[in-house]
Design a binder for this molecule. Sequence first.
Ligand code: F6P
Length: 374
Amino acid sequence: MHKAASDLLPLVVFAARPYEHCPPTALNRMIVAARDGLPISDMSDIRCIGIATGGGDAPGLNAVIRAATRAAILEHQWKVIGIPDGFDGLIWPEKSFELTLDSVSGILPRGGTILGTTNRGNPFHYKSEENGQQVERDISAQVIANAKQLGIDAIISIGGDGSQTIAHDLFHKGLKMVGVPKTIDNDLSATELTFGFDTALHTVTDAIDKIHTTAASHHRVMVVEVMGRDCGWIALAGGIAGGAHVILIPEIAFTIKSVCEFIAQRERGGRGGSVGILIGNAIAGGSKKEVRISVLGHIQRGGSPSPFDRVLATRFGVAAVELIAKGDFGKMVALRASRIVAVDMAEAIGKLKAVRPSGELVRTARAIGIGFGD
Ligand code: F6P
């Protein structure tokens, strides 16, 4: 694996203040216990953990893998196993591989996931072809048996709604699971933010900035389609950050007529320029203006994670390991009021966090003249 130069050379980043004591790693605790004549023991019955990444990838996945691996090894001396391609990896346990300090070195700035992922595999509804026929079977018992065969005592499931639902079901079937929330869509209800969202916003904002200049030069309406599936967080925040004039999101019903009227109104006001998002051809028909459409697509899921996402992902990874050490299973780490907390997986699944049409962010956008096509 190609290593970043920063991982080959020791790098020290320090704030200008004396370093008073060593961090309380398990090793340090043991040294202190030995010095003080106390029993040296690790109370946890965990010896080996697995890590799986599921669903669509997001910048920051490798940062979580790295943080969890490092904390598991440095703090607890656990063995760490990387499970390839989400829970599919437990169907073929021989494909799993050990994660070491060396193998996670250099992955922090890399997009994607070194473990691979899938947004199809669900061991409770596993689809395969048998005798030319599509069949669906529940192979969850096999998956749990394979995890045991690998010696895995607990698993960190890094994923969105779908992956956390599978993790929750496996937990209720006896597998020790903890979750880490991931999605660029930021639509998980139990956490204020998911890592990947901030990086996606940088990509969207940068694209809109570039589209603005060509739009203005040609006096065109520009339509930018972004990701977000059922929720409009990327469109809303990206639209505000990129200076869009209209933002169309699933949470606010819009009509093409209103969007076109909005464009005409802007023109009457003497201001040309670009207008954001979706259904460009219909807008072209209604507005009688030249329209160009940019579908940003999977570029939003790629690239190096932003510093914010790297820090959040690292905090999540370490917190997941802490949950396992405490024996607090069936939980997902989450960000609330700037703090990392643990929430029941049940709370994290099923209900998406939609944009509130009367919420502060929509009101902010409206206050500066952004239209929603309603
Ligand atoms: O969940 C993230 C997301 O990017 C959605 O916004 C989008 O609809 C979906 O993934 C697309 O996933 P894929 O193309 O990998 O099936």
